[in-house]
Ligand binder design. Structure first.
Ligand code: FES
Length: 107
């Protein structure tokens, strides 16, 4: 199964820079040849005040308040490195809800 990196592109995350984040991620993923990872826009994760929000699936890692400077660490995680714990700040009940949606195939 292809791994997916979902980047919220709704209003609040966009206002905090998520358009640049998704562009940068798509470019770096292709430069690094991470062919098993697809970077895709997502409609909204419901944590709008804490964005830009990124979810890796099926890993189920959620990174909040992501800045361009964080992308190296996130990509290192994607490539097999450790999770970026300091960006894992979202309440677990919201995470579980979104992961259930993703598990049921809603992208
Ligand atoms: S606007 Fe990004 S989580 Fe809602």
């Amino acid at each position: 199964m292809k791994r997916i990196c979902l980047v919220c592109q709704n209003v609040d995350c966009k206002n905090r820079g998520s358009e640049e984040i998704i562009r940068e991620l798509q470019q770096r993923v292709s430069e690094k040849g991470l062919n098993d990872l697809e970077v895709r826009p997502y409609m909204c994760f419901g944590a709008c005040q804490e964005g830009p929000n990124i979810v890796l699936y099926p890993e189920k890692s959620w990174y909040a308040g992501v800045k361009k400077e964080d992308l190296d660490e996130i990509l290192a995680h994607v490539a097999g490195g450790p999770e970026v714990k300091r960006l894992d700040t979202i309440d677990s009940s919201l995470k579980d809800l979104i992961y259930q949606l993703l598990d049921s195939g809603v992208f």
